[in-house]
Design a binder for this molecule. Structure first.
Ligand SMILES: Nc1nc2c(ncn2[C@@H]2O[C@H](COP(=O)(O)OP(=O)(O)OP(=O)(O)O)[C@@H](O)[C@H]2O)c(=O)[nH]1
Ligand SMILES: [Mg+2]
Length: 441
């Protein structure tokens, strides 16, 4: 996500390094580069100009104190302006009423149905009981898709195959929610084009009759400037409450994330970064700004981790690491947990410094596959006591897994490194992660 923008902004700021003083002349080219990076990322040129004008003004007006380099100062100024541009603080989804109703709308293929599943997953973790409603009356396959997601998540889905009026389905769904004791109704709708009057009227009616506590507009970030235009058109009709940007894991240039707030004046509430149910993050303007500047987003990383690790697992693992008992079986378990956190490349990019280091390096969800295959070829004793794996055992494991002895060596070396790193993190205090999330564990 935002790889090019990150790269270009960092490069622009780097070009300032070594400059002792900030003057209009020595920052001129940096400012120009920043503006160019933003426009290249699909930010509207007027917005880009506005942002860089403010940065310039603030930079010139600031006395650089000796502890801060002009580069650091600029990073801070750019981060502040990007945060401001994206809306400053997080805006919560409003879930009032019983049941609370969330209506999901957007263009064809934007990722609405997937989002409905992701929201169900997200709110189930927050102890809500959702009911998903299939209001795409045009494509029978859409109902099937939603039912499949519901099954996978263990969440009920309401549909009426023979009813052609989405308002009727939605109304009946509310009764069903009351019967089932569901406290959150999430309504999936058919994709529509903003220029299609009839379908726009239909979604407007649906909103009027349902009176949802939250209407979310879903838009594919890859659409760039078009995403902003579409958001404007939908907003005129629907006056939605928030935006969900999808497919930020692709080569979306990110301009939509940066421009929507200032153009449409509605907050981005979630971003979606993959096809898995876990690939959903609450949108925080400040965290996104640090991500764009390659500074990572540890807090989002920890939040994802919290969704898949129970406290019990965490305590157990901590104890094992402390007692030097962390072994290869645990490593496989950890790998499986990490996979559950979602798209590996996105997960890794949340870590400070790592995202930058891995720019352009292809990582796929199978990175750990060969580790698992190798560990699979070990005996239980070898997994629990990796130190007994000598030369002849390595050869046998290599043969059994169809890998080379070097691959086995590499895995064992990395395992050692992981153990050392984990011990180090623990030395910094068990509350290292807890401090970050503000939740004492
Ligand atoms: N890579 C990636 N793919 C996504 C994301 N969100 C959705 N998709 C994929 O995009 C495709 C369309 O998603 P849907 O959820 O069916 O989109 P929709 O808006 O419901 O589509 P219609 O009902 O046809 O209007 C599917 O293949 C999804 O798996 C995302 O954040 N990243
Ligand atoms: Mg759909």
């Amino acid at each position: 996500m935002f790889e090019n923008l990150s790269k270009n902004l960092t490069k622009a700021i780097k070009s300032l390094k070594g400059q002792g003083r900030i003057t209009e002349i020595n920052i001129a080219s940096t400012i120009k580069e920043i503006r160019r990076s933003l426009v290249q990322a699909d930010v509207h040129y007027k917005v880009a100009k506005q942002v860089t004008d403010v940065i310039k003004q603030k930079a010139i007006g600031t006395n650089v104190i000796s502890a801060v380099s002009p580069g650091q100062l600029f990073t801070k100024l750019v981060q502040d302006e990007l945060t401001f541009l994206m809306g400053m603080t997080r805006t919560e989804v409003r879930l009032t009423g019983n049941p609370a109703i969330v209506l999901v709308a957007g263009l064809q293929g934007a990722g609405k149905t997937t989002l409905v599943g992701k929201l169900a997953h997200y709110y189930t973790k927050k102890n809500k009981t959702p009911l998903l409603v299939a209001c795409d009356v045009y494509r029978p396959a859409a109902t099937e898709q939603l039912k499949k997601l519901g099954e996978q998540l263990g969440v009920s889905v309401y549909s009426e195959p023979d009813e052609k009026n989405p308002c009727t389905i939605a109304k009946n769904a509310l009764k069903e929610a009351k019967n089932q004791g569901a406290d959150l109704v999430i309504v999936d709708t058919a994709g529509r084009l903003a220029i299609d009057d009839m379908m726009m009227k239909e979604i407007r009616m649906l909103k009027e009759s349902l009176k949802p506590s939250e209407t979310l507009f879903v838009v594919d970030a890859m659409a760039g400037q078009d995403a902003v235009t579409t958001a404007q058109a939908f907003n005129e009709q629907l006056n939605f409450d928030g935006v969900v940007l999808t497919k930020l894991d692709g080569d979306a240039r990110g301009g939509a994330a940066l421009s929507i707030r200032s153009v449409v004046n509605k907050p981005i509430k979630f971003i979606s970064t993959g096809e898995k149910m876990q690939d959903l993050d609450v949108f925080h303007p400040d965290r996104m700004a640090s991500r764009i500047l390659g500074m990572g987003d540890v807090i989002s990383f920890v939040e994802r981790a919290e969704q898949v690790y129970t406290e019990e697992q965490h305590r157990h693992m901590t104890q094992k690491i402390k007692n030097n008992q962390f072994n290869l079986e645990d490593l496989v378990r950890q790998i499986q947990q990490i996979k559950k956190m979602g798209n590996i490349k996105e997960i890794v990019s949340l870590l400070p410094g790592i995202g930058k280091a891995l720019q352009g390096v292809p990582i796929d969800n199978d990175v750990f596959k060969s580790y698992e295959v190798i560990i699979d070829s070990m005996t239980p004793k070898e997994k629990r006591q990796p130190h007994i794996i000598d030369r002849s055992r390595r050869e046998r494991i290599a043969l059994g897994s169809g890998k080379s002895v070097q691959d086995v060596n590499q895995l064992l070396k990395q395992f050692d490194a992981v153990c050392k790193m984990m011990k180090k993190v623990q030395k910094n205090g068990p509350s290292f992660f807890a401090n970050l999330t503000g939740k004492g564990r």
